[in-house]
Design a protein around this ligand. Structure first.
Ligand code: AMP
Ligand code: MN
Ligand code: MN
Ligand code: MN
Length: 280
């Protein structure tokens, strides 16, 4: 195991624990280097950094930017940027602004499918009114008894082709990478196995991602199995990308692992985090 976690969420987006508690949980499990990466939002970073310092955990600013790339939605994790950077902050505010109208449309579509009043219920789960995510819809639909857990509720209602899914334009890949780099950070392609992208399109994506200034890829992720770790480890080396590692923690019981530790990177991968450990 490696005591590094560069992808996790708090109540500032769609996690269930406040930033300080995410840090405490990771520290308690022996984490030495942590990034909080809430969706499209930097509001948890100051608390998380302060808490990390109290526990002797090295902290790196993080964010997970929602991006539209053709018909695909991608997530780009930004790491190690200056959180005061105005262009980054304005860019993220623009991405957040689209979420509310999308939530209204999702709720209307679910109502047409016979499930009324979902918006109010989902909003009750969203701590930060600017970030209403499908995870909040999922928790509400589970509470209404429409599926047994968050995973099955996504399958039944919230993925493309299902009544709770609406198409949405997120940030452009080019802009997301530019905001992160412009603020001094590193852009990392999050959980690549999650996208329904075939081998050939994945190569097109990695080529374009690199050309636009992307530097890293999550090889180890809470949503990757061993085969996916091996596959993206090879692709990282082939495309000259640094390897990242993150649990994508949202809530205990909802995902694969608690925050803090991740399986080791495959041999031959260059970790994206060397620069922050050396600076420590
Ligand atoms: P959004 O950005 O609003 O589209 O919501 C995306 C979030 O929904 C992800 O960050 C996860 O928290 C959650 N999510 C997406 N797909 C699934 C899934 N299949 N199972 C559980 N959670 C998911
Ligand atoms: Mn999420
Ligand atoms: Mn994601
Ligand atoms: Mn995430």
């Amino acid at each position: 195991m490696t005591p590094v976690d560069l992808h996790c969420h708090s109540t500032v987006s769609d996690g269930l624990l406040p930033p300080r508690e995410v840090v405490r949980l990771a520290a308690g499990r022996g984490c030495r280097l942590l990034a909080l990466t809430d969706h499209d939002e930097l509001g948890g970073l100051a608390d998380a950094a302060d808490e990390a310092a109290q526990h002797g955990v090295r902290f790196v600013n993080g964010v997970e930017v929602s991006v539209s790339w053709g018909k695909h939605t991608l997530h780009i994790v930004g790491l190690g940027f200056d959180a005061a950077n105005e262009t980054l902050r304005e860019g993220l505010a623009g991405v957040r602004a689209g979420r509310d109208a999308r939530a209204v449309a999702m709720s209307e579509s679910l109502a047409r499918a016979g499930i009324p009043d979902v918006l109010e219920g989902a909003r009750r789960h969203a701590d930060n009114p600017e970030i209403i995510s499908r995870a909040h819809f999922a928790r509400h639909l589970v509470e209404r008894g429409l599926a047994k857990d968050v995973k099955s509720v996504f399958k039944k209602y919230l993925v493309r082709g299902k009544p709770g899914f609406v198409e949405h334009e997120w940030a452009r890949l080019h802009d997301a990478i530019a905001w992160i780099r412009g603020a001094g950070g590193v852009a990392v392609l999050a959980h690549p196995a999650r996208y329904e992208i075939g081998n050939e399109t994945m190569r097109v994506l990695l080529t374009e991602f690199r050309r636009l200034g992307g530097e890293g890829i999550e090889v180890v992720s809470g949503v990757h199995g061993v085969h996916e770790v091996a596959r993206f480890g090879r692709l990282a080396q082939e495309f000259g990308l640094l390897a990242s590692s993150g649990t994508d923690y949202h809530a205990t019981g909802e995902g694969a692992r608690d925050p803090g530790l991740n399986p080791d990177l495959p041999l031959g991968c260059e970790p994206v985090w060397s620069r922050w450990l050396e600076a420590a």
